[in-house]
Each structure stands twice: as structure tokens, then as C-alpha cells.
Design a protein around this ligand. Structure first.
Ligand code: E4P
Ligand code: PEP
Ligand code: MN
Length: 451
């Protein structure tokens, strides 16, 4: 079939070949890949340029200290989990967290799911060994299957098509849920009340929940019908890892002539793909979406400044978010230098804390895990550093699910390492469960209020 490619889409597909692109799958059949991406290039984008520009505006408020970002969702979404229940529970968890943070900070919370596109994973090792067998590592449902068999682990470009469809399905659900009354303020507060009343973890937050209840009662008394606040603004994001997929979904906005990744509102560059001369930075420099870059503990200030020159040369608030994932032990050492140097350059970036990826350990059972208290400590360090410097701790980026999984230890429900096998369901990294996520939101609310 003859397909008409946007000229820019074809040009972007070439980036992968003209700049070094790390963490890309070894697709075994280039013709099959080309067939899939050519077709994707003719499909409707999943998000519009207007929505992406709106999010950029919201993120500009975060950069100016006038809003907070809450970004969360699975480490790796899976095709099997694109169900109404799973999406609803994730959304519900994020909305509950957002209400708590909004009340504590008296600032709008920009809600962004790691959802509807978070299907590709960078890995520490290209292969996985089990016993005597060595197979390619699982790279996310966009690339191969989790099952440890040669068949499942072979990269299959047909999965890129499924990723597009799964993302479209998730977005549909998110859009209906956030506009159809599910996200109403009173409803979300009622869920939080349930968490406080019914869980051991929630008890200590009773007075905070009471205050929110009184604020709602006050609004009612003033004649504001909170049922009318039934719509929540919600955006989606993922790591822009697979350049073949991202290139195929890049579109020119006919209104402005600007290029946008059409696969999600906000895309980020991971810690493993932020090389200054690499294809990811080149691709991200050309799209107009709001974007983020992850920064690990070894991120050098000079490299961060060069990244800003490449990705946000106009120094526009809202364009660039720096997501720091230094680890609880390092964040207090490494963050001040970065914040000071970036500020001295005149860049108005959003600073966001990812307290998950610098704090991964292996439990005696062999499960990858994270301790809730360590996660909390990194967030606390992040907030302390910003307070000391007079800058804005712009928000958090977390791996979470709405389900009662047992993947991270600690938290209000005191999950133990022995509990990990009970319900360990993640396809990649350990996620905070529903209770731990709310626990984190209430703790963060206390930190913001204490300062
Ligand atoms: O988010 C995902 C992981 O941190 C990343 O894929 C590396 O995980 P790995 O060390 O298991 O490969
Ligand atoms: C791989 C991830 O993070 P990082 O790039 O920070 O390691 C992730 O967010 O799942
Ligand atoms: Mn992860």
C-alpha cells in the first residue's frame, strides 16, 4: 500500500540512523518494522497540539512556583492491564493524592499519568540469565514479552501497533472518567475519608482530611455546588524511548507549523538516553511538547547546562522539567549545585523529584523492591534543598498503581520483605500500592505545610 508520510516524519525516522541511539531494540525484520511505522504515520495522533500547549502553560506555573506537578503510574504498563478497572483505580489514586496536595499547598496540582504510552523500558543489561539460559531482556510490551522464552523475548514490531491501540484505549477511558463525574471533588474527598477511616495507614491523617471536609462545607455554604467541579484536567506522559514509534507519531500542527510528538502530552528522556550527542536529545530538541529529563546522582552540572541549551534554548518556563532521581543518600549533596547553576544560567525549569529510581534494592527473595521510608526520605531531602535555596520544589514523579500489590516495603500498612511474593505483579520496577501512594501524598502535604 502506498502511504503518504509527513515529510518531517520520514526525516525523524532517519535520526535514529544519523545520531547514536542507545537502548533501541534489535528488530529482527526491518521490513516488518517499516510496514508498521509507515502505517502508524498515517494514523491520527493520540493527543493534539493544543492539549500539549495547554500542559506547557500549566507547567510554566510549576516553574514559577505557582503550581505543583504530580506525575505517576506504572513503571511499565502492560497490554493485559488496559482494563477499565485498572485504569480507573490508577486514576482514582492520582486524583486522591492531588486533592490532598492541592489543599496542603493551596496551589493547583498539574496531574500527569505515566499512562497511555509507558510501554518501553531501558534496561541495565541487554540480556537476562536464568539458570543456564540467556535471553534478550524484557524491554516492555512495546517490544517483547515478559515470559522467559526465546519466542516471547524476540522483538516484534507488531507490538508497536498494539501499543498505539492500547494507548488510545487508555486515553479514551481517562477522558471519559475525568469528564464524566468520576473525578468530582466531593467524590474524591469521600474516597480519602474512606482511606482515613478504614486503614491503619490513614488514621494519622484524620485532622487533615477533616480540614478538607470543612473547606468543602464552606464552599457549599457559600453556594458553590462542588458537584459542578466534576471535571479534572489530566494529562498523559511516557518515556520517549522508542524512536521508531515516536518518529511515526510526530505531526506538524497546521495552526502553528510546530512539530509535536503525537504519542502523549509530555515525554521524558530517561537517565540512560540523555547523551548530548545522542538521537534522543536531537529528537526532543525538535518537538514542541513539554518535556522532561531524568537526572541520576552522577549528572554533572555542566552537562545539565548543555542539555538546557539544547532542549530549552529560549529558557521558556514550562518547556523543560528536570526530574531528579539521585537516591535518598545523595540528593542533599548533589541537588544544591544543580539548582544553583541552573538558576544562575537564567533557566526557569520545573524541578521534580523521582524518589523511586535511586532507591531500588533487591530483597532476600530476589524481588526488586524499594523501602517506603527511603522514598519518603528522598522527597524530604528534595524539599529541604529547595527550601534552603529559596527555590520551588515543583512536585513528584512516582511509580504507583491503584491496586493492593506487595512490591515496595514499609509505609503505613507496614509491608514486610516476607510479604513481597504475595502480590508482586509489576513487569519491571516495584510500585507503591494504593495505600502507600496515599500515605506518600499525606506525608508530602505535611512537608509542604511545615515549611
Ligand atoms: O525503570 C526501569 C528500570 O529502572 C530500568 O529499566 C532498569 O532496570 P533493570 O536494572 O532491571 O534493567
Ligand atoms: C527507567 C526509568 O527511570 P530512569 O530513566 O530515571 O532510570 C523509569 O522511569 O522507569
Ligand atoms: Mn522504573
Amino acid at each position: 500500500m502506498e502511504v503518504l508520510l509527513d515529510g518531517k516524519t520520514a526525516e525523524f525516522a532517519e535520526l535514529r540512523r544519523t545520531f547514536p541511539a542507545v537502548q533501541q531494540p534489535d528488530w529482527p525484520d526491518p521490513t516488518a518494522l517499516r510496514d508498521v511505522t509507515d502505517r502508524l504515520a498515517t494514523e491520527a495522533p493520540l493527543v493534539t497540539a493544543g492539549e500539549c500547549a495547554d500542559l506547557r502553560g500549566r507547567m510554566a506555573a510549576v516553574a514559577r512556583g505557582q503550581a505543583i506537578m504530580l506525575q505517576g503510574g506504572d513503571c511499565a504498563e502492560t497490554f493485559a492491564q488496559v482494563t477499565a478497572d485498572s485504569v480507573r483505580r490508577k486514576l482514582k489514586t492520582l486524583l486522591q493524592m492531588a486533592v490532598v496536595l492541592t489543599h496542603a499547598t493551596a496551589l493547583p496540582v498539574v496531574k500527569v499519568g505515566r499512562m497511555a504510552g509507558q510501554y518501553a523500558k531501558p534496561r541495565s543489561s541487554p540480556v537476562e540469565r536464568q539458570g543456564d539460559a540467556t535471553l534478550p531482556s524484557y524491554r516492555g510490551d512495546a517490544v517483547n514479552g515478559l515470559e522467559f522464552t526465546a519466542d516471547a523475548r524476540r522483538p516484534d514490531p507488531a507490538r508497536l501497533r498494539t501499543m498505539y491501540e492500547a494507548s488510545a484505549g487508555t486515553l479514551d477511558l481517562v477522558r471519559s472518567l475525568t469528564t464524566g463525574g468520576f473525578a468530582g471533588l466531593s467524590q474524591v474527598h469521600a474516597w480519602n475519608r474512606g482511606f482515613v477511616a478504614r486503614s491503619r495507614a490513614g488514621e494519622r491523617y484524620e485532622s487533615l482530611a477533616d480540614e478538607i471536609g470543612r473547606s468543602l462545607a464552606f464552599m457549599h455554604a457559600c453556594g458553590i455546588d462542588t458537584r459542578e467541579l466534576g471535571t479534572a484536567e489530566f494529562y498523559v506522559s511516557h518515556e520517549g524511548l522508542l524512536l521508531d514509534y515516536e518518529a511515526a507519531l510526530t505531526r506538524t500542527d497546521p495552526e502553528t507549523g510546530r512539530l509535536y510528538a503525537g504519542s502523549g502530552h509530555l515525554l521524558w528522556i530517561g537517565e540512560r538516553t540523555r547523551q548530548l550527542d545522542g538521537a534522543h536529545v536531537e529528537f526532543f530538541s525538535r518537538i514542541s511538547n513539554p518535556i522532561a529529563v531524568k537526572l541520576g546522582p552522577s549528572a554533572a552540572a555542566d552537562d545539565v547546562l548543555k542539555l538546557i541549551d539544547r532542549l530549552d534554548p529560549q529558557r521558556e518556563p514550562g518547556r523543560l522539567t528536570l526530574v531528579v532521581r539521585a537516591g535518598a543518600e545523595r540528593v542533599r549533596d548533589v541537588l544544591p549545585v544543580l539548582v544553583e547553576k541552573v538558576g544562575a544560567e537564567g533557566a526557569q525549569v520545573c524541578w521534580v523529584s523521582d524518589p523511586m529510581h535511586g532507591n531500588t534494592t533487591t530483597a532476600p527473595s530476589g524481588h526488586k523492591t524499594r523501602r517506603f521510608e527511603t522514598v519518603l526520605d528522598e522527597v524530604r531531602g528534595f524539599v529541604e534543598v529547595h527550601r534552603a535555596l529559596g527555590t520551588h520544589p515543583g512536585g513528584i514523579h512516582v511509580e504507583l498503581t491503584g491496586d493492593d500489590v506487595t512490591e515496595c516495603v514499609g509505609g503505613g500498612n507496614a509491608l514486610l520483605a516476607e510479604d513481597l511474593p504475595v502480590r508482586y505483579e509489576t513487569a519491571c520496577d516495584p510500585r507503591l500500592n494504593h495505600t502507600q501512594s496515599l500515605d506518600l501524598a499525606f506525608r508530602l502535604a505535611e512537608m509542604y505545610r511545615d515549611q
